[in-house]
Design a protein around this ligand. Structure first.
Ligand SMILES: O=P(O)(O)OC[C@H]1O[C@H](O)[C@H](O)[C@@H](O)[C@@H]1O
Ligand SMILES: [Fe+2]
Length: 189
């Protein structure tokens, strides 16, 4: 009747959670996500790098319960665009989430269903509150792995469809040696 409490030690240097379920996203798993399709294709041919890894401790999809996961988002760019996670709305759209940055440098793009976007820079110690209804994607703007912990309702689920199709209304690029958050030229609302 009662579930067993759990304490695990998250390695803040590597993001590894012992006993967690690991998933790996390579660049080839992200077809259509980056603006520069030629650069994407070249990089997939030349080694298909790992973009990010997720270590998740997940419960049954029941209201009231919580999941947590670390993400190790590697440094890199496709063309001018920094490596990012796919990004998603929650399948149950009104579920919120908390992110805690542990290592490296990056940020989060958030977006409403109408396409209004926000950019929140993240460094170790930054806590980000993702409100209900906002899609969210993290971006590594540094040159070491960007590692963070996320805590989310067990019944939130992932809805990738809209973002996979349309992306975010903003993109995060490097231009003249600077990190810039600019309008996505391919965005159509
Ligand atoms: O699911 P993605 O958009 O690829 O992001 C990668 C992961 O980031 C965080 O760890 C979230 O808590 C996970 O729920 C998510 O799966
Ligand atoms: Fe989420």
């Amino acid at each position: 009747m009662y579930k067993e409490p759990l304490g695990v030690k998250v390695d803040f240097e590597t993001g590894i959670i012992p006993g967690a379920k690991k998933s790996v996203r390579r660049l080839s798993d992200m077809k259509g996500y980056f603006l520069d399709e030629k650069a994407w294709e070249e990089m997939v041919k030349n080694g298909d790098p790992v973009v990010y890894e997720v270590y998740a401790v997940e419960q049954e999809e029941k209201e009231g319960d919580l999941n947590f996961a670390t993400t190790v988002l590697y440094p890199g760019k496709v063309g001018k665009e920094f490596f990012f996670t796919k990004g998603h709305f929650h399948a149950k759209k009104d579920r919120a989430e908390i992110y805690i940055a542990l290592k490296g440098k990056g940020g989060m793009l958030l977006q409403t269903p109408e396409g209004e976007a926000r950019w929140i820079p993240m460094e170790p110690g930054t806590v980000v509150y993702v409100p209900p209804y906002w899609a969210h994607r993290t971006v590594n703007t540094g040159n070491e792995p960007f590692i963070f912990l996320a805590i989310y309702p067990a019944d939130a689920g992932h809805d990738y469809g809209t973002i996979a199709e349309k992306g975010f209304s903003k993109v995060v690029i490097e231009e003249d040696g600077e990190v810039k958050v600019v309008d996505n030229p391919r965005w159509k609302s």
